[in-house]
Design a protein around this ligand. Structure first.
Ligand SMILES: Cc1cc2nc3c(=O)[nH]c(=O)nc-3n(C[C@H](O)[C@H](O)[C@H](O)COP(=O)(O)OP(=O)(O)OC[C@H]3O[C@@H](n4cnc5c(N)ncnc54)[C@H](O)[C@@H]3O)c2cc1C
Length: 401
């Protein structure tokens, strides 16, 4: 029989956001436990595994397991439906290009880092409910190996990913509109043709409202996946359609259909704005649970880690001051908004526009860019360059410019 446990902070979910929050929260002596419902942290991998390790992540005190870095990537290539290609250097290609990682090793490394800092970790432990005392959140009820018990805590961190239930249980509005959800399907493939060190994105009606990605891994392996916007699917489509779109794409690409899938995984991501509310008395939401995924690119690891650091620092201070009120935790809310809210807003507008475009427009824009030296300029400059040559084409993006 497990006895109830007592901690200052309980973190639900051991993804990147949970591990970094926990590590920073424990720093000044708070007692912290992190729970993971799966039997193994990091597995199965639901991720394209593209990650920029430079820039923002340099500022975070985390140990990245070098074995997690599978292949260095020089940039991104964007393919239009007719095959026009836009090549962008890694400094311009965003948070998902720089290195292709092994998420399984990466996530385990971050959890190990948190454990080394003093965080207690329980796997195969699912938070099933919030405990409330005198109307206030006071921990979580958990299930572990068939046993149910309570973990009492001054504050609960919802780092429980896209499907997050903890935030909703706390009364925070986490629901998403269909236009703000991408349903995803991915294969880990072996035996594909070796590819250059670029992460490839294919846009257009082959992946309605989203894209197909082909991220090369070591040798003849690649992470190949698709995200399709729920609202862009035809009425006759179902959520399983993502796999059908991806299979069709692979069948039409001989350099991929010579390979074999050794893993297949379905998932979903938000392509929404971040939540309006990410804290309340005795509760804080971080990572995908707070809808921190970039709505344009679908990348969420970097934002989850950046916000995790801010969350952990605020929690550590809150525990020291014994003030876990919404008022105090708003310091975290303000912190992450300063860090990346404006970029998310801009990319959400871009996504809203992109899901309405037809194949013809993608082809025309990318065709217009052929032969230009654009590998090292910003997206805005690219759009301005197209605008000066073909104003009609960019009319679709006028408000963004
Ligand atoms: C198909 C796909 C491809 C992607 N590709 C990329 C990419 O290439 N690059 C990138 O940057 N991002 C990518 N993302 C997004 C990225 O995976 C997420 O943004 C990132 O994992 C967020 O981290 P997190 O810690 O918030 O959540 P997660 O990594 O989802 O971790 C949440 C954890 O909480 C656990 N959990 C949930 N409920 C409970 C509970 N009740 N009790 C205990 N544990 C619980 C889950 O098991 C999970 O381990 C992709 C996502 C998908 C679905």
């Amino acid at each position: 029989m497990m006895n109830d446990l007592n901690y200052d902070v309980v973190v639900v979910g051991a993804g990147p956001a949970g591990s970094v929050t926990a590590k920073y929260a424990v720093k000044n002596g708070a007692s912290v436990i992190m729970l993971e419902k799966r039997q193994e942290i990091g597995s199965p991998v639901r991720c394209g595994e593209g990650l920029s390790l430079e820039g923002r992540l340099d500022e975070i005190d985390i140990k990245i397991d070098r074995r997690a870095i599978v292949r260095q990537i020089d940039g991104a290539r964007l393919f239009s439906p007719k095959g026009y290609v836009l090549k962008v250097g890694k400094e311009m290609a965003g948070n998902e290009c720089g290195a292709n990682i092994d998420r399984d090793v990466f996530d385990k490394g971050l959890a190990e880092d948190a454990g080394d800092a003093g965080v207690d970790i329980m796997v195969k432990t699912m938070a099933t409910d919030l405990i409330r005392r005198n109307g206030k959140i006071a921990g979580v009820t958990v299930k572990h190996m068939g046993e149910t018990f309570n973990i009492n805590a001054k504050v609960v961190v919802a780092a429980d990913g896209f499907e997050s239930k903890i935030g909703r249980m706390a009364g925070i509005k986490t629901a998403l509109k269909p236009t703000d959800i991408n349903t995803c399907f991915q294969y880990f493939m072996v035996g594909v043709e070796e590819r250059p060190a670029y992460n490839d994105f294919y846009i257009g009606s082959i992946a309605p409202g989203g894209y197909v990605w082909v991220f090369p891994k070591q040798g003849d392996c690649a992470n190949v996946g698709i995200g399709v916007n729920l609202a862009s699917l035809n009425k006759i489509d179902d959520v399983g359609m993502a796999k059908k779109y991806l299979d069709k794409f692979i069948a039409n690409h001989p350099e991929l259909n010579c390979g074999k899938p050794i893993k297949e995984i379905a998932g979903a991501i938000s392509c929404s704005l971040p939540l309006d509310q990410t804290v309340d008395d005795n509760i804080l939401l971080v990572g995908d649970a707070a809808r921190f995924i970039d709505p344009l690119t679908g990348g969420g690891i970097v934002n989850g880690i950046l916000a995790g650091k801010i969350a952990g620092e605020v929690l550590s201070e809150a525990v020291q001051k014994n003030d876990l009120s919404k008022n105090f935790l708003m310091k975290y809310d303000k912190g992450w908004r300063q860090e990346f809210e404006s970029k998310m807003l801009r990319n959400w507008f871009a996504k809203e526009k992109l899901i309405t475009l037809k194949d013809e427009v993608f082809d025309n824009v990318l065709e217009a860019l052929q032969g230009m030296d654009i590998e090292h300029v910003t997206t805005l400059n690219i759009l301005r360059a197209v605008q000066s040559k073909y104003p009609d084409l960019v009319a679709e993006f006028e408000d963004m410019l």
